[in-house]
Design a protein around this ligand. Structure first.
Ligand code: SF4
Ligand code: SF4
Length: 375
């Protein structure tokens, strides 16, 4: 009997992806399931496409779930959508419980606006010839419609991308919307140049978290990295955000290591002093994504050791640290792998890199040839 049960459980197992089944990502030109596609990372192609807005399609919930079903069918027939090949989000398990729950959305990313009040040297939005725009279509009506139809779950997560959220024209409306009001968690990267009372209120409700890439601890270097003289304003606004009831948890300060610019322990210590003053406990250590991309998704020993040193110093001072997306090893054709635990991260460093390409890349950084000039 037990044997039969085991066999039937085994036979129900198959590959699929939760985000493919229940995710929506809003880009300027299209709506897709996610923004993780390994194909996108390598060949600049789109992730699973749910609605091609510039290709003449109009969004509707029918089209949305029809597309999800088409992609899912490829998994259920033992295949894999080309856009998902090698993605680490694919899981092999029994999906029948999820099948019974029917259609729903619980993972949303908004990245269809690029307007920003800063001009960071590493910003990927600066790499396009397109003008930085506020947005190309409204999100709130789409989310409210899905919610009204009972198609968004209460445990839904919202991730913001694109440009600066506090100057995005749907910022207040979105945070106060019928749909988002109910979401379990909302992650908002912000440069904190503008203070938003609506954002503060949302943080106070214990569902919204802000991530601020400070990347340094001094006004001079901030101006060089962000190309706006706003360090003092950012600290002033962060001091206000830190007054939220759950400030310890609601704010994450990020240090993106930029080769030859802020890759020093001395600057990192200044950053820690700022975090301490603000009483922010959660830190993120990252590396410039373009460096990893140019270096074939590999991180050189120098930066791995630097990150480890930074991490140790921060932990000794009582901070909680996290490595973000770009400390990963990534074979060509596979998507990124994040390491939340330093042990996992160190354990995974079975590779050794410092090749001629790396030296070439570092010299490009030294000569500022990798920094984008568009305003
Ligand atoms: S690319 Fe990855 S995360 Fe996106 S839908 Fe496919 S398997 Fe899921
Ligand atoms: S804050 Fe910097 S990285 Fe973020 S969108 Fe603006 S320019 Fe780009």
């Amino acid at each position: 009997m037990q044997n039969q049960q085991n066999q039937s459980n085994k036979s129900n197992k198959r590959k699929s992806c939760h985000i493919l089944r229940h995710g929506m990502c809003f880009f300027g030109q299209y709506i897709s399931s996610c923004c993780f596609s390994p194909v996108d990372q390598i060949d600049n192609q789109t992730p699973p496409l749910l609605c091609d807005l510039t290709g003449g399609e109009s969004y509707s919930t029918d089209l949305l779930f029809e597309r999800i079903e088409q992609y899912e069918k490829q998994f259920s027939e033992g295949g894999c959508p080309r856009e998902c090949a090698n993605c680490y989000h694919i899981e092999e398990k029994d999906w029948s419980d999820d099948d019974k729950k029917g259609k729903y959305i619980d993972y949303i990313t908004i990245t269809h606006f690029t307007k920003c009040s800063a001009n960071c040297i590493y910003c990927s939005n600066n790499n396009t010839l397109q003008e930085r725009k506020n947005n190309t279509y409204k999100i709130v009506p789409i989310l409210n419609d899905l919610k009204e139809k009972g198609l968004i779950k209460k445990h839904c997560e919202l991730h913001i991308g694109g440009g600066e959220f506090t100057i995005y024209d749907e910022c207040d409306e979105l945070l106060n919307s019928y749909a988002v009001n109910d979401f379990a968690r909302v992650f908002v990267p912000t440069n904190a140049i503008k203070y938003s009372e609506t954002l503060f209120q949302a943080m106070d409700k214990a569902t919204t978290y802000i991530i601020v890439s400070l990347d340094c601890g001094s006004r001079k270097l901030y101006k060089r990295i962000k190309r706006v003289d706003a360090f003092d304003k950012v600290i002033e606004n962060l001091t206000m955000y830190a007054k939220t009831k759950k400030s310890q948890d609601a704010i994450r300060l990020k240090y993106i290591i930029l080769p030859t610019v802020n890759d020093s322990i001395c600057e990192f210590k200044k950053f820690l002093r700022v975090a301490k003053k603000l009483k922010v406990q959660n830190l993120i250590i990252d590396i410039d994504a373009r460096y990893a991309r140019m270096n074939n998704w590999k991180i050189d020993d120098f930066y791995i050791n630097l990150a480890k040193k930074m991490n140790n110093i921060a932990i000794k001072q009582g901070f909680i640290t996290e490595f973000y997306s770009f400390f990963f090893q990534c074979e060509k054709g596979t998507t990124v792998k994040t390491y939340n635990l330093i042990e996992d991260f160190i354990e995974s460093l079975k590779f050794k890199y410092f090749n001629k390409d790396s030296e070439k890349i570092i010299s490009l950084y030294k000569n500022e040839k990798v920094f984008f000039n568009s305003k």
